[in-house]
Design a protein around this ligand. Structure first.
Ligand code: KPL
Length: 297
């Protein structure tokens, strides 16, 4: 009997996870907050619609037969982990799947004994309606341990195939910190610019955006290097351009947050870089400009 997959929230990436679990015939349930309507439909990139039929969620404490996937916004994590702390056993595996940084610290504080994995994805997904998600850009998902756990090897063999089914292809990373910085860089470049200019990701391929994208990449790479993570600005820009191309038809999550007047993840994205840069005495004017401009909206 495979682990039951518990997916939190009703966000677009959670929807992709649910559709993946369903297509692979894995037992899954979706926990939504308050009165929010549950997700019902997920349209794949070929236009085919999966109707979600999750197992009902019950109030039983999760155990080592469960996997808790937390595809929430960075700023929702603290509240969610505090809420779930008492609803999971110390051996329930938890996967945090969010943009930006801060998850490791929160997990260390609130669920220090649990096996916690981090995931970061470059799939594009969009909520078309309260109950409908569309997969708008093919990507991949990096997965690794958030911090040391004695059963890390066993966990990998159990959790990686489940995540592969939910939101594959999955690439296992022993250097998850580097993977997080690489994704952080992509979000620092694409998310604020698409939100400020009110455009789809693909628009950023226009040459007029190149100097800003390049400056963001250089600043993030300098900051990452000062934090002990090697990243090269030229290949970073190439990665950003590849994601722009692969998710051309997607509105970034920050664009959607601004468009729907929701709080954004700017503090965990460009804000995180600005904070780290300040600590290291590095000037990051373009990331600072992005942070202030998004906050001013
Ligand atoms: O992660 C994303 C986001 O929108 O938050 C990208 C990869 C930029 C896709 O839109």
């Amino acid at each position: 009997m495979p682990r039951r997959i518990n997916i939190l929230g009703s966000g677009a990436i959670g929807g992709l996870c649910a559709a993946g679990a369903q297509k692979s015939n894995l037992p899954y349930c979706c926990s939504t907050r308050d009165q929010r309507p549950p997700l019902k439909y997920v349209e794949d990139m070929g236009g085919q619609i999966t109707t979600l039929t999750p197992l009902p969620c019950n109030d039983e404490k999760l155990d080592n037969n469960d996997l808790l996937i937390v595809p929430l916004k960075a700023f929702q994590l603290e509240h969610a982990l505090r809420h779930w702390q008492s609803r999971i056993s110390p051996d329930t595996a938890v996967v945090l799947l969010h943009n930006g940084m801060g998850g490791i610290e929160l997990a260390r504080d609130s669920i220090p004994h649990n096996p916690v994995l981090l995931a970061t994805t470059s799939h594009g997904a969009l909520k078309l309606k309260a109950d409908t998600v569309k997969h708008t850009g093919m990507g991949s998902t990096m997965l690794g341990m958030a911090f040391h756990h004695e059963s890390a090897t066993v966990l990998r063999t159990q959790i990686q195939p489940l995540m592969e089914a939910c939101i594959g292809p999955v690439i296992w990373r022993d250097d998850m910190h580097t993977a997080l910085w690489q994704k952080l860089l992509i979000n620092c470049a694409i998310n604020p610019l698409t939100a400020l200019a009110d455009v789809k990701n693909g628009e950023l391929a226009h040459i007029s955006y190149r100097p800003t994208l390049q400056a963001i990449c250089e600043e993030v790479c300098l900051t990452a290097q000062a934090c002990g993570i090697f990243m090269d600005a030229d290949s970073a820009l190439e990665q950003v351009l590849t994601v722009i191309e692969n998710t051309a038809n997607n509105y970034s999550s920050m664009h959607q947050d601004i468009a729907h007047k929701r709080p954004t993840e700017i503090d965990a994205i460009n804000g995180y870089v600005v904070k780290q840069a300040q600590k290291k005495g590095i000037d990051v004017p373009v990331n600072t400009q992005m942070l202030l401009a998004i906050k001013a909206l």
